[in-house]
Design a protein around this ligand. Structure first.
Ligand code: FAD
Length: 291
């Protein structure tokens, strides 16, 4: 199918994109990699009156470390982040997570900002940003603002961004050297959206106790979920098999899955606990304690 007729405008920079959004109102849509928006238009599930193309907007594609954080521009292609040494060095969870996002062809076009603006509750990147306590950089007519991930994702396909705002980037805290990371995901086929995805980052102190743990899941609620309860179980103690089991057992109480054609709610709830257990075990095996 072809998309319905739509006007097209190209923004040379973020200020121009904001001005165009303000001019055209809430029927206008930003066009990034088009990997979600164009299929939605083809199926007539989205009917924007104007597409505001930010593919050539200056300064939106950087991947850099700044003041202890990894800063990724909204238009950085998912594949460029997946293969970036800077991104892998600062947040080694990123390349692992991105390998689960669709297929390489989607990631060649799809952008980090597009995934975070689209806010699909099954998507991996929103869960990573939520789990790591990241912040979203948003620019509108009144200037720029930083929004904490847990305040940004409001519901299925809904974020705290206003219609006249553009997501310009994301800021992720750098993980300490030696952090073990793992992603465990259940999907019907390679490249499909996850039914449930979980991810873990864990760092051990010299005495073998946990001094940093971040856990997140997608596909288990209308928003990506940081698993604070499971993190609290492990913080400050040795990550024994019993401790991992105790952490995984808290997961069911932290999520609100709904059933759909892919899986009933109870199945998602059970899978989330099981996948968190697996992700924790693998992440712990991958930790390196500083000499
Ligand atoms: C076959 C296939 C499989 C896929 N599998 C997965 C998967 O397993 N996991 C997964 O997470 N994703 C998956 N995706 C979606 C993919 O990750 C998309 O790239 C992503 O959701 C959207 O990014 P985009 O750059 O293509 O954005 P677009 O499609 O251009 O835009 C998506 C939405 O975000 C808005 N938007 C985009 N950028 C901005 C911005 N900077 N500021 C404000 N609003 C903005 C647009 O207006 C639109 O509403 C898949 C896609 C396909 C086609």
């Amino acid at each position: 199918m072809k998309p319905p007729p739509v006007k097209y405008a190209r923004a040379g920079d973020v200020a121009e994109a904001v001005a165009l959004l303000t001019e055209h109102g809430s029927d206008a849509k930003v066009l990034a990699g088009g990997q979600s928006l164009i299929p939605l238009m083809n199926f007539r599930l989205a009917r924007p009156s104007v597409l505001i193309d930010i593919n050539r907007a200056a300064g939106l594609d950087g991947i850099r470390v700044e003041n202890g954080s990894l800063v990724i521009g909204a238009m950085a292609r998912q594949r460029d982040v997946e293969t970036s040494d800077v991104a892998a060095g600062a947040v080694p969870l990123l390349p692992q997570v991105l390998r689960h996002v669709g297929h390489v062809t989607n990631r060649n076009r799809g952008t980090v900002g597009g995934s975070l603006a689209h806010a699909d509750p099954a998507a991996e990147l929103p869960a990573l940003v939520t789990g790591l306590g990241g912040e979203l950089l948003v620019q509108g007519p009144g200037g720029s603002r930083l929004v904490a991930a847990e305040d940004y994702f409001l519901g299925t396909f809904t974020t705290a961004m206003e219609f006249d705002e553009v997501l310009t980037g994301v800021r992720l805290p750098r993980l300490p050297a030696g952090t073990g990371v793992a992603v465990e995901e259940l999907a019907r086929r390679h490249g499909d959206f996850a039914i449930v995805a979980t991810m873990a980052a864990i760092h051990l102190a010299a005495d073998g106790t946990v001094d940093l743990v971040r856990l997140a899941a997608s596909g288990v609620a209308s928003v990506p979920v940081r698993l604070h309860g499971a993190e609290a179980v492990l913080a400050g103690i040795a990550p024994t098999a019993e401790a991992i089991d105790a952490a995984a057992e808290t997961v069911a109480g932290s999520i609100k899955p709904t059933g759909d054609v892919h899986a009933p709610a109870d199945y998602r709830r059970d899978m989330a606990g099981l996948l968190v257990r697996r992700a924790l075990r693998t992440a712990i095996q991958r930790t390196e304690v500083a000499a």
